[in-house]
Design a protein around this ligand. Structure first.
Ligand code: AMP
Length: 293
């Protein structure tokens, strides 16, 4: 079988994207940092249903890592990534080098205000500035008609949606549900760092999110009560450090005091060298409300 095509330069990506557009193909882009897993594979498959050509970008973006974070050690396996793209029906891999993306003298960054104030934006200063910048650059190079992002990175998806609207970019956005391991842990390239013991303990993140949702669905509406219960659940596990556990408005990511129509329960937990994130949306429409005491 022919292996999937790899493009390394912006110039060639422009040329190939132009040709695909001239031929009337609908281009889909799946932006990733590589070390692909079942979550990425599901994005590739889903976007393939609505596009003619699927470009998967593989780029570990230094601009979204803070000092002391895991940029250097972020897992990489390009041959395996290519095989996963191919198996998912992807057309090509766009994998520019760091110097191709940020050549000497590079000076332009994009800031999406307010949406980055809480959750990962607060605990990783500058992270979403790097994300917004790289996504915009990938859009400029790949010229996609449509892109797909994972609900696992809900705040990132919200920020990209905002920047597409604000900059009038002609790109449709699909959001794909989180793909999980059988025990509920959200699939992530960073799960790779976990020791077997940490891997078992990490399942508590999803358990806590589900417990929070159960409480709300059983009528609890006070965010502080739900957050406390989730915190207790996670902190019972040795070796896990809570970065945040929060209940936020699912649209603007601002903390809520009481559960309304659509609330995101979100968690970031440090487990060994890994910082793992996960979230679930809780919809209260039509659910019983417990009286506030
Ligand atoms: P990453 O390579 O981690 O930057 O992720 C690239 C894209 O894949 C982002 O849109 C993520 O939200 C998405 N993604 C990562 N993990 C999952 C997962 N477990 N399920 C669904 N999408 C995911």
């Amino acid at each position: 079988m022919e292996t999937v095509r790899v493009i390394r330069t912006v110039r060639e990506m422009h040329r190939v994207a132009d040709r695909m557009r001239e031929n009337g193909f609908r281009i889909g882009l799946v932006p990733t940092m590589g070390y692909l897993h079942g979550g990425h594979a599901s994005l590739i498959r889903q976007i393939g249903r609505v596009t003619d050509r699927t470009v998967v970008s593989v780029f570990v973006n230094p601009a979204q890592f803070g000092p002391g974070e895991d940029f250097e050690t972020y897992p990489r396996d390009f041959e395996r990534d290519k095989a996963i793209v191919q198996a998912g029906g992807g057309t090509l891999v766009y994998a520019p080098s760091t110097s191709e993306m940020y050549p000497d003298g590079y000076a332009t960054y994009l800031e999406v205000e307010r949406l980055a104030d809480h959750l990962c934006g607060a605990s990783r200063p500058g992270h979403f500035r790097g994300v917004a910048t790289v996504v915009t650059k990938l859009f400029a190079a790949v010229k996609p008609h449509v892109t797909i992002l994972g609900q696992k990175d809900a705040q990132q998806a919200g920020i990209v949606r905002r920047l597409v609207r604000d900059l009038n970019l002609d790109v449709d956005i699909l959001i794909a549900p989180t793909v999980r391991e059988v025990d509920g842990l959200a699939k992530s390239s960073r799960n790779r760092y976990l020791t077997p013991c940490q891997r078992r303990r990490a399942t508590v993140i999803y358990t806590a999110l589900q417990e929070g949702r159960e409480l709300v669905l059983n009528g609890e509406r006070r965010a502080s009560v739900v957050i406390d219960a989730m915190n207790r659940r996670v902190r019972r596990c040795p070796d896990l450090g809570v970065d945040y556990i929060a209940a936020v408005d699912a649209e603007n990511f601002r903390p809520v005091e009481a559960f309304g129509a659509r609330v995101l329960l979100a968690a970031a937990v440090r487990c060994g060298q890994s910082r793992l994130i996960d979230n679930i949306v809780v919809e209260t429409e039509g659910q019983p409300v417990q009286e506030l005491r």
